[in-house]
Structures are given as structure tokens and as C-alpha cells.
Design a protein around this ligand. Sequence first.
Ligand code: NAG
Ligand code: NAG
Ligand code: NAG
Ligand code: NAG
Ligand code: NAG
Ligand code: NAG
Length: 624
Amino acid sequence: MVALPRLILCLATLAVSVTATSLGISPRVAHGSGRSVPRGWSLHRRADPDTVIPLKFTLTQSNLDKLDAYLLDIADPYSPNYGNHWSYAKVAETFRPSEESVAAVHSWLVNDLGIDSHKVQVNRKGDTVQLNVTVAEAEDMLGAEYYVYRSGEGGDERIGCHEGYSLPEKVSKHVDFVRPTTHLGRPRLTRRDGFVNGTPGAGQAHAGPRIKKTVEKSKLQAMGCDQAVTLDCLRDLYDFHYTPVSGKKNSVAVAEWEEEIFQQSDLNQFFAMYEPSLVGSEPIVISIENGTIAPPGDFGEATLDISLVMGLLGPKQNLTVYQVGQTSGLQQPIDELVAAFDSSFCDLDPVNQEGLTDCGNKPRANVVSISYHFEPDYIEPTITPIVQRECAEIGKLSLTGMTFVASSGDGGVGYSQAEACLVNGTLEFFVDEGSFVGQFPASCPYVTAVGATSVTPGNSVSDPETATTAFPSGGGFSNNFPRQKWQEAAVSNYIKNFAPAYGPDIYNRSGRAYPDVAANGFPTIIVEDGGTVITGGTSASAPIFAAFVAAVNDARLAHKKKPLGWINPALYSSHLAHAFNDITNGTNPGCGTDGFPAAPGWDPITGLGTVNFPKFLKALLDLP
Ligand SMILES: *[C@@H]1O[C@H](CO)[C@@H](O)[C@H](O)[C@H]1NC(C)=O
Ligand SMILES: *[C@@H]1O[C@H](CO)[C@@H](O)[C@H](O)[C@H]1NC(C)=O
Ligand SMILES: *[C@@H]1O[C@H](CO)[C@@H](O)[C@H](O)[C@H]1NC(C)=O
Ligand SMILES: *[C@@H]1O[C@H](CO)[C@@H](O)[C@H](O)[C@H]1NC(C)=O
Ligand SMILES: *[C@@H]1O[C@H](CO)[C@@H](O)[C@H](O)[C@H]1NC(C)=O
Ligand SMILES: *[C@@H]1O[C@H](CO)[C@@H](O)[C@H](O)[C@H]1NC(C)=O
């Protein structure tokens, strides 16, 4: 136990109440105040003042304010540096916290508070400062009150101070987070309890198609693409007839979390029906944080994602499956994925106390498709800093040439399949009122979000598709990420000419708008657990679009060009103006409204539209 000199700590506390100028002491800055107990946890009792806690200061990254500029330099098709992706080492070096930040925190602890410098540990890379203190000492240092919290189910206990904490101004600007404080992380889950009473818990991975019906195989033959979407329907809809040529040089992946798993027998049965050349082909499973495809589990999501990407690309392109497990600790699901690609995230992660074990040791695929959502996108003190950091990390990885694709959600203008809306500032599930709520990661501007379309009943693949009606396709405007200039013209055209006259509190007109594009999302045929089923969701749309991006990457590599990387500025540019089938029919209801109507040009249900693959390929192959 570290015995901190009480006198000096009392002085530090004094600084909170005495005006800064009178003592020449830096004023304090609040890191959250009056917050409620995070979802999934309940307040148990006040923490014992003698309990020793490991306090960890995560320092601010350098140059994060320049991330957009760095990315546009290599991803804006009008930039002379288009496609000049960064090395991973350059990314790590550029964003590493400065020595000045380390010195500011160290000096406050040692010189101002009088803590023995031997007890203050700076990690090897100089991006975190750690020390062991008692709860009483932490409360003095941080002007906070510590409590013990319990999770509803697992009986987990955590220590933290949900009401917030404060730091001297001169220290605060160098610190992103102190842990343990306001962020408790997610309760440890048992399999299948992620979705409690139909409402998503805190920071959990949610996927799984909303609809699933068994269909008799004998009836499939007679069904049109309005009733049963096969690989051939998709090829015809988007004129996608591409055979990869770059082999091992190219890579594409789907990410799957926790209990969402697949079995090879389902893939074989599906391929026997629709792509016999693939029977026996296995995806390459890369386990992250001990993720495993061993049953028990749920086959819906992974089977859908894998069947579509492998099926569309055929045997000349391998598919990687990132199978993400669950660490013992506090991580958000997407943290585990990005940390596996970027070791600096392990060091910088505010909650990495109990240990991410896969840190930068897994191969980075050129394209990663994510049919999950992790957080609602609204301003909330425990959510906002987390999603902003995760989105920045996706941006940093995009600098290396990766493309992140995500489903836009199956809840219309509400969050998740539970269609949650914001009622008087609180997220309420299954309600018919409130403001629209977006979802992360689709709302992150460095992610390409994909909405869902269907062939209208009675129509064929040569007719224009409509936004899905089987479920409302997710779309809207972020509260956490402002709109960037590459989509400004497309989105403001929609707001000005087509958006319903909702009040200013219903959706955020200045936010990043999504989805960016769309692809068929219902009724998709797969083989799941031995049976042929009709399923779908934006969960299907994302991997379909990811397969198209992978095919373009394959062609670019064959032409000695770089993979696409962050693709959004190019999608909205004049180069791709004719590369999409504009979807103009349908709506995405939610929160007691009809949501948004599809319209000519970009709209917040189907984005820029679905891909016309030959034009999409040509436009992107023409880029440097
Ligand atoms: C804090 O205490 C733990 C357990 O005794 C120890 O393993 C760890 O190294 C200590 N951390 C620091 C920064 O001194
Ligand atoms: C796919 O991966 C397997 C196993 O690593 C390898 O033998 C094969 O050549 C790869 N195929 C392609 C097209 O890259
Ligand atoms: C994960 O796997 C590693 C080795 O593969 C093992 O050492 C570790 O204990 C496992 N962790 C958990 C939480 O099962
Ligand atoms: C929201 O707050 C207002 C003002 O406090 C109140 O009149 C209204 O009933 C509340 N609405 C709901 C749905 O709770
Ligand atoms: C709307 O979005 C902007 C930009 O992202 C953000 O600063 C603002 O807080 C958001 N408004 C609300 C009500 O969430
Ligand atoms: C628009 O979509 C609705 C619902 O699927 C459908 O009934 C209608 O026929 C569609 N209209 C056109 C012009 O495709």
C-alpha cells in the first residue's frame, strides 16, 4: 500500500475550493459530474477508504486533431497523395502522447502531491502513468467519491466514481481518462444474455438477423428474387460477375463476436446449392481474445456474413473470420478487434487494466465487415468519450489502407432492433415517441455504413429496388460526429429538398449522416443449422458491399495500385456519380414517425444507392 502524505493531499483538495489565483494553483477541470450509474450496474455501497486501487492515467494522443486532414490527404480522390497509405509504424509514432504530457502528470504527482517517484510508473512507451493508492487518497487527488457497483446478473463488483472527478487544469489537458473512475465497463456475460428482456445492455455486441423463417428447399426453385435472394439474384441485381486474380495479395474479413459462430457443414450445404466450386472451402478463422467457433452458439449472423462474402467472391479469394471472444475485463467489444490490429490501443485504452492479450499481433485485412452495433449514438457522458476514441482508432487504422464496412441497423431511425428513441434525454426502448437515435459504429465517419433494400414484390432484378419493408433499414444523423465536407453537398440537398419537417430536436442536422450506400438485405437465403432459411437485415447488406470493395481491391492490386482504404470521400465524389443505382422508394419508420423517405440522390435510408458493379469498378480502378 502506498502511504501518501496526508498533509499534501489535503492541500490538493483545498485547491478545489480556494480560487486558483489566490494560491497560484491551476484551477480544476471536471471530468463528468452528476452522472447516473452506468447501464448494467447498480450502486452497492461506498468504497472502503483503505482499499488499494491501481490508478491509471491515460494520456492524450498527439495530433488527433489532424486525423481528418491526414486521412483526406490519402483518401480524397482529388488529393495528389491519394492511395499513399501510411505504415503502421508511422501511425503509432504520429499519435503517441508527447513527452510533455508524461512530464505534466508525473510532475503533478511527484512535485505537487509529494508522491514518492518510485511509486509512479510510466509505461515503456510513455503513454500511461500508473500508481497504487488507497480509495481515500484517490478521492483527495481526484475530488471524487468512490463506490462499489454490482452488475445485475453475474454478481460482478467494480469500484468507480460515476458522479465524475476533476483534475488541475494544467494536468487535465494531458489526460484522456483516469481509471477506475466513471467508466465501469461491461458486466461479464454468460453466453446468450447479451440481450436482456429485449433491450441491449451496456457496450455489448449486437447482431443477429431480426427475421428467420424456414423454407422448403423444393419450393426455392420457383421463387423469384423478390421472394428468395440467392447469390445469382445478387450477381444479377448488381451486375457482379468478377473472378479475383490477385490471390494471397488481397484480403477481406468479417468480424464476429462471442456466441455468433458458424459451422462448416452449413457452408458446404449452402455452396452445394449455389456455388459448388466452394464446397469444402473453409474461411480462415483468426481468434482474437480466445474467440472460438465451438458450440454452443448462435449461427445466424456469422453464417450469413460468411456465406455471402465467400459465395460472391468464389474460390479465388480467401475470407478471414475474426472470431472475437470476451476478455476477463472491461473492454468494449470493438476495442478487442482494434487492439488486435494496433498494439498502441492496448496501451492507450482507458480500461485495459485487466488485460487485452491480443495487441497488434493479428493480420490486418484490407476490408473488414462488421454486422454489429455496440452503442447508441447520442451525447451521453459515459458513451461519448468511448465511441469518439473508438472511431478515431478506426480512422488511424484506415490510414494504413484498411476499409471498415458496417451495417446501418435494422431499427429505422431508432437505435437497434429494439428501436430505442431518446425521450426527455433518456434512451427508451420500444417506444412510439422521442428523438431519433443513431448507432455506432455505423455513425463513425471512417466507417462505410450500408443500408438494406429489397426487390419489390412482383418485380424482378431489372426493376429498381426499394428500401426494405420487412424491417425498417437503419439511418440518420450522428450526435457524436459532425458532418464532414465530403458528404455535405449530398446531405444538405436531402435536408433542403426531401426531409420531412421534423422539429430541430428530432434529428441532428449537423451530424455525420448515414448510411453511405445500400445493398439487398431481404429475403436472403442461407443454410443455418442444417435448414434452409429466409433471413436478412442490414447484416446481409454490409458483407455484400464488403465483397464488392474486396473485388475492386483485387483489381487494383492486379494493376499495381493500392487497396482502397477509407472509401467514403471517393464514394461521394463526382468520380462515382454514375456508379450507383439510386433508390428512391421507401421509408424507415421509428420513434412514432415515418422516419425518412428515400429520395433522388443521397438519402438517410439507402445512402447513395446500390452498386452498379461494372461502373463502380471502373471508377475506382481509374483512381491513382
Ligand atoms: C500495484 O500493486 C500491484 C499488486 O501488488 C502490483 O502488481 C503493481 O505492480 C503495482 N503497480 C504499481 C504501479 O506500483
Ligand atoms: C487460401 O488459403 C490457403 C491456406 O492458407 C492457401 O493454401 C490458398 O492458396 C489460399 N488461396 C488463395 C486464393 O489465396
Ligand atoms: C486464452 O488463451 C491463452 C493461450 O491460448 C491462455 O493462456 C489464456 O489463459 C486464455 N484466456 C482465457 C481467459 O481463457
Ligand atoms: C418530458 O418532460 C416534460 C417536461 O418535464 C414533461 O412535460 C413530459 O411529460 C415528459 N415526457 C415524457 C414522455 O416523460
Ligand atoms: C449535434 O451534433 C453536433 C456535432 O456532432 C454536436 O456537437 C451536438 O452536441 C449534437 N446535438 C445534440 C443535441 O446531441
Ligand atoms: C415502393 O415500395 C412499396 C413497398 O414495398 C411498394 O408497394 C411499391 O410498389 C413501391 N413502388 C415502386 C414504384 O416501386
